[in-house]
Design a protein around this ligand. Sequence first.
Ligand SMILES: Nc1nc2c(ncn2[C@@H]2O[C@H](COP(=O)(O)OP(=O)(O)O)[C@@H](O)[C@H]2O)c(=O)[nH]1
Ligand SMILES: [Mg+2]
Length: 708
Amino acid sequence: MREYHGADIRNIAVVGHGASGKTSLVDALAFVSGSSKRHGSVKDGTALTDYSAEEIDRGFSINLGCAHAEWMDAKINLIDTPGFLDFQGDAVAGVSAGDGALCVVNANSGVEVGTEREFREAVRRKDPVLFVVSMMDKEHADFDRAYDQIKHKLTAKVIPVQIPAGSGPAFHGVLNLFSRKAHIYKKGSKLGQYDETDVPAEHQATFDKYYQELIETVAATDDSLLERYLEGGEISRDDVTKAMKEAMKRMELFPLFCVSSELNMGVQAVLSTIVELMPNAYDMEEVHGFRGAEGDHTVEIHARDDAPFAALVFKTISEPHVGDVSYFRIFSGTVSNGDEVYTATRGSAEKLNHLSVSQGKDRTEAPRLFAGDIGCVAKLRNTHTNDTLSTKDHPVRLPQIDLPESLVQLAVHAPNRADEEKLQAGLHKLHDEDPTFQMHYNAETHETIVSGMGERHLEVTMAKLRRKFGVTAELTKPRIAYRETLKGRGDGQGRHKKQSGGRGQFGDCWVRFAPLPRGSGYKFEDQIVGGAIPRGFIPAVDRGIQEAAQRGVLAGFPLVDFKVELYDGSYHTVDSNEQSFKMAGILAFKAVASKCRPVLLEPLDEIEVLLPDEYMGDVLGDLSGRRGQILGTESVEEIDGAMSGYTRIRAIIPEAELHLYASTLQSMTQGRATFIRKFKGYEEAPHEVAQKVITEHAKEKEEELVGA
Ligand SMILES: Nc1nc2c(ncn2[C@@H]2O[C@H](COP(=O)(O)OP(=O)(O)O)[C@@H](O)[C@H]2O)c(=O)[nH]1
Ligand SMILES: [Mg+2]
């Protein structure tokens, strides 16, 4: 491949709902351009960008994938993204690596949840978007319906540029409004060969209608063009494309195309339009206004070949027999094969062996890559997704991709102790590969918790764990980290005395317990006067009480938010030691805590649900069924009309009621609502809830005793 500089590079994220035809379109674009020798298919598992075992098994994209098409002296980098919410992390990463997006809409099912979500993501980043209606050859394909839905559900600024000649089985070509020509496809050709003709008479009326609409809409975005148009002057193809490109950069126009990727029809025009209308790798700089950090000061990042090298790793995929492959977007400077670079976020030096560009899973070595390009490299030692590659002289850190927060949490268990270490190592590797998959150890419940974007996300990640690390892990509902506290005061004695030949043991203490406000933890006050307990033994009493408090009094959960005053005691000059006073502390806790009206505390989360207004009633009803306390609701600010009719609900919900809430919310709202959660704090659990937890604990203890 020849060398490409930023002005001749287009970085395009291909987004849309799951199964809208994104992966097939990327394959067709690469194939028709001649850059990929084989027309792959999702159905056979040969599509360029769906090559992992998990993707081939399931028949849909899980990881973002990179391919390219060389066309009209430019290189188009295509970033294929997954369309399901479960894999939204990769969609966001893909959009952030691109300068523009191609939003695919299925000619059959029209605008779907994922179309709306991914279009919004591109708009949020202020990227130009080109719509493509896919699968025009399929039964019931309907271009006009898809157009209408985009117009009413996504943006009124959509404008058709390429319309179909026929549809479904009768789809036989496309009419291009820019060139005013028809491409009529050669029957039986699967390679997309066509004859270029004038617009056939049968399509003339449709063509004229759309042509008029296009010219008027484009003219309206540019004053001088509009003036000329109103005065009846000639408007050339160049005038239209120039005005359109500018309007797209301001997000004032979104052109619409139609294709059949299966038959490679309409694909050439999409390639040409990407080159002509989409921004090159330098164009979006002013919009994205990039800044990074070097040490503790801010530096401006410019997409120039002569600036210091800085690239963001937007994806890591670990591949069998290869190891980790890191995909990066160069935001400034150039890089050559074999260069030593530096990962400032981790302070690690890395050597770029086999610097490459990828065509799906195939990688071709590139001697040198320039500002604005996308490349990949295998086997970096300590560089992960969202890290910046730069140089020792200029250790730059670029802004990280703002990945979505996890929605679902489950506990993960190794099948046996021997696999525990492998499990932990595997989970860490999987997190490095996919930052939306996270794990932590909950010391209170003694469980490793994994969290992700949805049940399917976690299920797929466990499949990767099995394949790559040979561990079959089980996912279960996480235990709730209840706690206990005291509502009353009380005092009493802990006395430990043992005399069984030889030296005895003696410790004796008097303590007062009192409740503390929520979140205060534990306080110990030494009020011993006159040496009733020698100084050296007092910390032992404290330790004994703390140790006993870990096991609580009601249901085995840690007892928190209470104060202990140690006010009296006695000792024996020979038999007293630290161990005896620790025992006295434990006994004192047991004697006193149960007298101070112990209660169960449950963890609460604050959640924020973002949903279309029409589901308000259902979602609020469901939340109150989950013991939710609604804090408020508010309408969401519109972003280019994309968020109209949305409301945000804030509520506080017990964690115990949030298990798999993401899935319920999805099915309640046809997948259109999202939510975020964060830990809020502990509150006393209602009586019935507490009673149930206490009974369960008693039963478990009994079973343990029987088992022992
Ligand atoms: N008939 C027809 N089927 C298509 C076309 N494009 C994609 N498909 C099929 O639609 C399904 C989903 O396509 P895919 O590219 O995986 O969609 P993605 O999930 O958006 O990447 C697959 O079974 C494809 O074979 C097309 O142009 N014509
Ligand atoms: Mg796909």
